[in-house]
Design a protein around this ligand. Structure first.
Ligand code: KIV
Length: 267
């Protein structure tokens, strides 16, 4: 097991180069300075301040109660401790319903939170918002497939894109969002074959969670990797602490597993 010491800061350009060179991108969530520093040191390439903090930090049932103030606070905690990794923050539920609102809130995440990229749950409807953010100089990650902020609208978490129409919709959304200026895609809970098609069709890095092993990188929620998630753990998650003796080794094992394509297992 090796520690992947970063030699320099991870930029979007570096992530792009990793995609071109087929070097897997290891991503994890963090919400505070202690874990952020540990992840950074263990060689995690991308740290996401996810709105999953609604569940794992605040003990709520979903992400929809998370506010901009929560995101700014946790982004500050994380960004103050990171020296190398690329930092992304989620835009919470209903904070990017119009171009103006999205611009204002992205500005706060970047200027006050200290993050480098914002992530929003996207479909065709968000294309104009992504375009405007991008043209104003904001790096954007479009989160497609299972979109947890739609929980009350769609009811429950399940595999997305598993019929002809929804998989064509996802492919088309991914294309349009990339054309609009998205710099990264995140695919959650979609069939492996569809994730592979989207990854092959995209020139930007594609990160997967529950989307098979062929994306350019992988992400998990930190608490799932440590086996301390309150309540249900998703099927695709893996407890890396179970086979190691401390938290640092568990994170290094996760990074190693992503880099060597041994996580997730090929189906
Ligand atoms: O909020 C979050 O942590 C996420 C990841 C699960 C991808 O969006």
């Amino acid at each position: 097991m090796s520690v992947h010491h970063h030699t320099k800061n991870i930029t979007l350009k570096r992530l792009q180069a990793m995609k071109s060179q087929a070097e897997k991108i290891a991503c994890l969530t963090a919400y505070d300075a202690s874990f952020a520093a540990l992840l950074d040191d263990a060689g995690v390439d991308v740290v996401l301040v996810g709105d999953s903090l609604g569940m794992v930090i605040q003990g709520r049932e979903s992400t929809v109660s998370v506010t901009m103030d929560d995101m700014i606070y946790h982004s500050q905690c994380v960004s103050s401790a990171i020296r190398h990794a690329f930092i992304i923050a989620d835009m919470p539920f209903m904070t990017y319903t119009s171009v103006e609102q999205a611009l204002d809130n992205a500005t706060d995440l970047i200027q006050l939170g200290g993050v480098q990229m914002v992530k929003l749950e996207a479909s065709i409807r968000q294309v104009s918002i992504v375009k405007e953010l991008s043209e104003c100089g904001v790096a954007v990650c479009a989160h497609l497939g299972l979109r947890p902020q739609y929980i009350h609208k769609l009811g429950g978490d399940s595999l997305q894109g598993n019929d002809e129409k929804s998989s064509e919709d996802l492919l088309r959304s991914a294309e349009h969002l990339q054309t609009a200026g998205a710099d990264m895609l995140l695919l959650e809970c979609i069939p492996d074959t569809l994730a592979r098609r989207i990854t092959d069709n995209s020139s930007i890095p594609v990160i997967g969670i529950g989307a098979g092993s062929d994306c350019d990188g992988q992400i998990l929620v930190l608490q799932d990797v440590l086996g301390i998630t309150p309540g249900m753990t998703p099927k695709f998650a893996k407890n890396f602490l179970a086979d190691t003796h401390d938290i640092r080794s568990a994170i290094v094992a996760y990074v190693d597993a992503v880099k060597s394509s041994s996580f997730p297992l090929k189906s």
